[in-house]
Design a protein around this ligand. Structure first.
Ligand code: CTP
Length: 447
């Protein structure tokens, strides 16, 4: 019996996929088809896949050509599969010509002629309308957004806005993106969506005006400083059928989702304590160290540290306590937040003038997870147990600086692909705003 294997994403199943599977089956007696997981696709830079893995598997099954369907979820799996299933022929479309010749040492490699003029990318482009995005604020983060957006299909950065003329014009010259410096409303009218990367205290009002004008919003955190402000904006977005996302980039990183899944898989038992620390020594002249009202470590990094806590323990905490070390200018150089839950607890630590071990530790009744710095980009984490020789290491792939994943989630949601909704829910974002509100109250008391 001749065993044949082929792999693919098979997104928005099309004639090219059908022809390929038909011819692959004709090469032998038994055809195995490997379908990629979302996570594997994301990690190799294939963002914006529309169909879920179940739909993609179902479509392959419906052709009737596959005798067996397997999941492909990691680099290097092809060799494993070829050995495991005793494969005689490995085949893919001719767009991969040459790329898998190295498998020739294990089995025969056949490239089948690709069906012309059709691809999932093409179909996605037709299905996704191009979103014209305007960037609000042209400071440190805007250039990173421009660079990372190049990796996401379906987005065009068409305009920028900054009322500070000098800085705006500098950005315009450097990045060749027209920067408006006058009326924000005029700017908003010229785009489909905005990315807000302006100073913290302006996020709320820029987001609100954009939503009022019917525009989608991706905003740097914090979106608002009170629970009410955050709720108001999420409600506005919902009422108007608009997308509102907060740019807590960790939430959209493929590795972070894997970490959350492993934590919740039961491996470490019942989750009892989550400790998340994020410190970065900032330039003493920088805004986060000098702006007594809206600078400081908690507003800068707090949402990253709250994210795993809310994901794992929920937003229904019983009590929250804050401790901060303040500078003379009122900036919290270091903040520790403790949350109490019914049967668990959590700690966040953030610093801009204090350096600590930036790690995430999730303790359970059976073991714990350790994710070292930069856990917020989640490139590696370990599951550890009482037996210190038993360590499971996870090394998810991570590309660029993480922004491309949040940009991709934003564009997919605008295009009606709701499958990304769970990555940062309105409920989690609103709970973050509530903690921020309580933190700001504490800070006012201090002043
Ligand atoms: N394929 C083909 N003819 C096409 C498109 C795809 O023969 N017109 C083959 C690919 O060569 C591959 C298999 O179908 O062997 C699955 O490809 P996949 O990457 O899922 O499909 P594409 O349409 O190429 O997807 P994308 O545009 O996202 O790369």
């Amino acid at each position: 019996m001749t065993k044949v294997i082929t792999y693919g994403t098979f997104d928005l199943f099309h004639q090219g996929h059908y022809n390929l599977l038909k011819r692959a089956k004709e090469l032998g007696d038994y055809l195995i088809v490997g379908v990629t997981t979302d996570h594997f696709d994301e990690s190799r830079g294939k963002l914006n896949v529309v169909d879920s893995i179940m739909e993609r598997i179902e479509n392959v099954r419906n052709t009737g050509f596959a005798d067996e369907i397997i999941i492909e979820d990691h680099e290097g799996q092809k060799i494993e599969d070829i050995k495991k299933y005793g494969i005689d022929i490995f085949t893919l479309g001719s767009d991969w010509e040459g790329a898998f010749d190295y498998l020739g040492q294990f089995c025969k490699v056949v490239y089948l002629e690709r069906t012309p003029n059709i691809s999932s990318t093409m179909l996605r482009k037709n299905q996704f309308k191009i979103v014209n995005v305007g960037i609000v604020g042209t400071g440190r983060i805007a250039p990173r957004f421009v660079a990372e957006a190049k990796y996401v299909s379906g987005i065009n950065i068409v305009k920028a806005y900054n009322p500070e003329v000098e800085s705006g014009k500098l950005f315009e010259r450097k990045y060749d993106i027209e920067c408006l410096t006058d009326s924000y409303e005029d700017f908003v009218e010229q785009v489909d969506a905005v990315y807000i990367a302006s100073p913290n205290e302006t996020h709320y009002i820029y987001a609100k005006i954009a939503l009022e004008h019917g525009k989608h919003v991706l905003s740097e955190k914090p979106l608002g400083f009170t629970r009410a402000a955050s709720e108001e904006l999420y409600q506005m977005a919902e009422d108007r059928g608009l997308v509102l996302l907060e740019a807590v980039k960790t939430a959209y990183c493929p590795g972070f989702q894997q970490l959350m899944n492993v934590a919740q898989s039961g491996k470490i038992g019942q989750i009892t304590d989550v400790e998340a620390c994020f410190t970065r020594l900032a330039n003493p002249e920088a805004r986060e160290c000098t702006d007594g009202q809206y600078g400081g470590s908690f507003l800068e990094f707090g949402s990253y540290t709250l994210l795993p806590i809310f994901k794992l323990l929920g937003t229904d905490y019983k009590a929250v306590h804050f401790n901060s070390i303040y500078g003379e200018n009122g900036v919290d150089f270091y903040t520790k937040v403790q949350l109490e839950y019914e049967n668990s607890m959590a700690t966040c630590k953030t610093g801009v003038r204090v350096k600590s071990e930036g790690q995430l530790v999730i303790a359970g009744t059976n073991g714990y997870i350790l994710a070292e710095s930069p856990w917020w980009l989640t490139k590696k984490f370990e599951v550890r147990y009482e037996d210190e020789d038993q360590i499971e290491v996870y090394e998810p792939t991570f590309q660029g600086d993480g922004l491309r994943y949040e940009i991709s989630a934003f564009i997919s949601k605008i295009n009606g692909n709701e499958k990304n909704g769970y990555k940062l829910t309105a409920e989690e974002a609103i709970a973050m705003a509530e903690i921020t509100e309580k933190f700001m109250e504490k800070k006012r008391e201090h002043r």
